[in-house]
Design a protein around this ligand. Sequence first.
Ligand SMILES: *[C@@H]1O[C@H](CO)[C@@H](O)[C@H](O)[C@H]1NC(C)=O
Ligand SMILES: *[C@@H]1O[C@H](CO)[C@@H](O)[C@H](O)[C@H]1NC(C)=O
Length: 394
Amino acid sequence: MASAATTLLKSSFLPKKAEWGSKHQLVAAHPRPATVVVSMVARASAYADELVQTAKTIASPGRGILAMDESNATCGKRLDSIGLENTEANRQAYRTLLVSAPGLGQYISGAILFEETLYQSTVDGKKIVDVLSEQGIVPGIKVDKGLVPLAGSNNESWCQGLDGLASREAAYYQAGARFAKWRTVVSIPNGPSQLAVKEAAWGLARYAAISQENGLVPIVEPEILLDGEHGIERTFEVAQKVWAETFFYMAENSVMFEGILLKPSMVTPGAECEEKATPEQVAEYTLRLLRTRIPPAVPGIMFLSGGQSEVEATQNLNAMNQSPNPWHVSFSYARALQNTCLKTWGGRPENVKAAQDALLLRAKANSLAQLGKYTGDGEAAAAKEGMFVKNYSY
Ligand SMILES: *[C@@H]1O[C@H](CO)[C@@H](O)[C@H](O)[C@H]1NC(C)=O
Ligand SMILES: *[C@@H]1O[C@H](CO)[C@@H](O)[C@H](O)[C@H]1NC(C)=O
């Protein structure tokens, strides 16, 4: 059964196939040297217009993404940290608390879900995707199958999940999802080897193309891990390489850049580097990276927070929005939105409201940071504690 929002999305953004066809004829007719043998004619996704619209909605001013796609196991770790058992009921109670925070949609435009949550109901029996849609929040879905060792590399990883992806995504679309997430990682201390960078970029490009064919806006996330003693220059250099490869392969796979979102790491020194960087330095390096690697056709750049503290993640985002950018520069935070909320809740029904207030406080702070207007007034000391974990996984 289609939710109200599903129906709305379908009827208001019907793909205009004729228009796309004619644009492609123009491209194909453009004169080019006879030696070029590659075909420029790529079939546009039947969902082209809808993808552009979905990406624009998510990248709307003052809003960003709530990443709540912790797998059963990772959600279990979060629950364990507050002394709760990892049962489906406890996961449901926590996710109900998150999605039903009153007014969340003012600050949050998209929520990334784990498969369990896409089909899950709240404790009151409402579909979680419907609660999100009522809040004006677009439901998204994590579609990768996680990291495994990359044979022939220096103990590096690759991300699984391409097998069967098209049919899984078609089902997710039917269930109400409108965007997808695929997280792969690149490790600086382990190389990164040319092989690992190429594999990460190719996997992301294939995933992005398949997602667009199935109506989901792909979030492209090559996370450059914080692990290591390297300085900020080294992170910058690796990030340049990773994004160059990713865009090369996305172009090769005919990914439509107007219908994707990116989830990059900010350019920071390694977690074990002696020299720390200020939010202004992080913003300077990160914006330099984006300007030299990311085409303006990309509607939104939704940063991940990695191991940054809640406040640090907000400050860094704010610093990047002090002057106009060609893209919407925003957030896709998990721990940096949820940490205080989870601790405040502690699994007790009487704390639900206070926990939702804690979530709204962080969401609002990041909304202000997206607009470049965050001042840092009234931040608690606990929100300033770092959350770096070695080899972090979802
Ligand atoms: C997560 O838990 C649900 C319910 O207990 C189960 O149906 C599902 O298969 C689990 N998913 C994974 C990936 O373990
Ligand atoms: C490979 O990586 C894992 C964690 O990702 C680590 O535990 C292990 O020690 C590493 N092995 C080598 C040989 O570096």
